[in-house]
Design a protein around this ligand. Structure first.
Ligand code: G6P
Length: 367
């Protein structure tokens, strides 16, 4: 395949813009022809009887697993443990009898993730491999292969593979919820309908690119940045910080907003932009009070929220960008686009090599 950037300056830009169609295609592959339910190879697992699911991954794939943990615990009431592959395997953790271990990997070749899969197999786990590259080693060795259908991803910083992973893992959570008796047919249809709205919501967010570009130009001047979120926005804060580090070389940290008082608040000053991922959900009031703590210490808060969130804090924050209001379960898709654009446009402003950042490889096949 000869990859083509189309009208975009970088593969990363193309891959961000592609996401609505990638997600629509992935969902199409994960639902039944009558669009009533989730259909995938993982239905063969006896989900009603397994004690817990372990998900192992690296990098951006690990943050997709972190989103999946929240989805699966909430929708399917399934206990989920998430593990960084390079730590998991050397700890030699005991895994439960009849347990299921899933590895998540865009390339399907990451050495630590592959080793984790082999470890789980040796522990007699049923293994699932959620991958983009279906000809990869992980796809060959996992008991059940689950493709994310993102298409070739060229930019080293993962974008569409992340949201496609989150989409497929969300669909998996819905199927598991049905198998565990947490939702009935109507409940499953409602979740399928909800997931079907994701491409449109992502398109609406992509249309706000100019606002992220303006914000990113200011962030590009900082030497440190902090991303904050709670609940499903915590892994998105981690992913946002990772994206910014990867392609702009700005030092960034992602933190659970409730945890900053236990350390990172000491770093806050007027030079540090604080990117707050704050939809107006059940945790918004807690988040707002965390943000007031940092603003009380002169922190410059860029609020990324929906209309209600931005209205609530408009007079207090440094900058804000208003995203579509969405069901809390869908917020990761919309806020993923936001953090991708912030990192991308900050990198363009700094003039770094967006698609081939220094010291990084698309796929890390060494330990
Ligand atoms: C590398 C890439 C990251 C990626 C990670 C895991 O570090 O630069 O973007 O998230 O590997 O890759 P995988 O192919 O296993 O998802």
């Amino acid at each position: 395949i000869i990859a083509d950037k189309g009208q975009h300056r970088h593969f990363m830009a193309k891959e961000i813009h592609e996401q609505p169609s990638v997600i629509a295609r992935a969902l199409g592959a994960w639902i039944s022809d009558d669009r009533q339910r989730i259909a995938c190879a993982a239905e063969a697992v006896d989900w009603a009887r397994i004690p817990r699911l372990t998900i192992v991954a690296c990098g951006t794939a690990f943050y997709a697993a972190h989103v999946a943990k929240v989805w699966m615990e909430r929708v399917a009431r399934l206990p989920v443990e998430i593990e960084i592959a390079s730590e998991f395997r050397y700890r030699e953790p005991p895994l439960p009898a009849r347990g299921v271990t899933m590895v998540v990997s865009q390339s399907g070749e990451t050495a630590d993730t592959l080793a984790a899969l082999r470890y789980a197999k040796a522990q007699r786990q049923v293994t699932l491999g959620l991958v983009n590259v279906t000809t990869s080693t992980i796809a060959r060795e996992a008991d059940i292969v689950l493709p994310i259908h993102a298409g070739p991803e060229i930019g080293v910083a993962s974008t569409k593979a992340f949201t496609a992973m989150v989409l497929c893992l969300s669909a998996l959570a819905v199927m598991i919820a049905r198998k565990r008796g947490e939702i009935d047919g109507a409940g499953e249809r409602a979740h399928v309908d909800l997931l079907s709205t994701v491409p449109r919501l992502m398109s609406e967010t992509i249309a706000l690119e100019g606002q992220f570009e303006a914000l990113a130009r200011d962030i590009a001047e900082a030497s440190d940045a902090l991303f904050l979120g709670r609940g499903l926005m915590f892994p998105l804060a981690l992913e946002g910080a990772l994206k910014l580090k990867e392609i702009t070389y700005i030092h960034a940290e992602g933190y659970a907003a409730g945890e900053i008082k236990h350390g990172p608040i000491a770093l806050v000053d007027e030079a540090t932009p604080i990117i707050a991922l704050a939809p107006h959900d059940a945790l918004f009031e807690k988040m707002a009070s965390n943000l007031r703590e940092v603003m009380g210490r002169k922190g410059r808060v860029a609020l990324i929220g929906d209309g209600a969130a931005c209205r609530a804090m408009a007079d207090e924050v440094w900058r804000s960008v208003t995203l579509p209001a969405v069901d809390p379960l869908l917020a990761p898709f919309v806020y993923a686009v936001a953090v991708q654009f912030i990192a991308y446009h900050a990198a363009v402003a700094k003039g770094t090599d967006v698609d081939q950042p220094r010291n990084l490889a698309k796929s890390v096949t060494v330990e």
